[in-house]
Design a protein around this ligand. Sequence first.
Ligand code: ADP
Ligand code: MG
Length: 311
Amino acid sequence: MPISEFALIQRFFTRQKVKNPSTHLGIGDDCALVSIPAGYELAVTTDTMVENVHFFAGADPAQLGHKLLAVNLSDLAGMGAKPVSVMLALTLAAVDENWLTAFTKGFLTLAERYSVDLIGGDTTLGPLTLTVQAMGLVPKGQALLRSTARAGDCIYLTGRLGDAGLGLKVNQGYCCVNPEAALKRFNQPDPQVNAGLALRGIASACIDVSDGLASDLGHILEQSQVGACLDWDELPLSDAILTYINETGDWTMPLVAGDDYELCFTVNPEKAAKLTIGCKQIGVIESEPGLRLNKSGIIQPLQVKGFEHFA
Ligand code: ADP
Ligand code: MG
């Protein structure tokens, strides 16, 4: 007999201990209850992953569980918020207990690593669609916004660019040395939660890079009403990416490919000495609108777009 909805929730989702004092009531009632400590704001975000849009049919369920939570924690990181709790809405094509066991393992292992409480969700039957709502805490007024970059600020990036994009190419048949590394970056991104926390009070603006640097930095530029010039020679590119560019001529890939889940942020030069996290300066904010690239001394407009669902 197939497992009932309630037995499924009981079996897969209600086992973890509560990790945060802000979690007043977790799974089991009509709503969860979350308290917000005095002087804090709740940062709330949601991200959905749909089969055949965000992941391939038959994708490894443990990796899906990890990535679904990681992409949501990455949004909290982009705001400088400390993750506390998440809701999980699952639409499943069928109840496959092996799939659910692996999925929850990937999901809850990452939740454990960042002390996040799974406090509720919904479970329904339909085309495989995975949604998380994540909540984090940030001291009032300290959230890192997209709208507050200023001309003269330096632009930084945590980690490297394009490795996840290379992973996607490997999935689509591209051969490279050490494909496992690229695939891992695509399938199991590491959300930059601790970097986000360390940037409070230092970064003037911040965004998590999920749709490609050019597109996501573009959001900072639009909302802050500024422009920017990136320095090609300063972009943190792996040997695998440099080889890919040599072989294909596709040099814009690391600037437009999605799924990096690094943080791109701006810092007033007077505060740059306070930076304690691993990051690299890749450009500067300018008053002239638009995104430009300095490549071998030639400054060219960079009019490349990231992934858009309704394009
Ligand atoms: P209701 O009918 O009141 O919406 P449900 O039967 O959908 O309640 O869910 C019962 C409890 O289980 C609720 O607390 C809900 O938040 C939780 N829940 C349901 N699905 C999930 C899930 N996939 N992950 C975590 N909690 C879940
Ligand atoms: Mg429900």
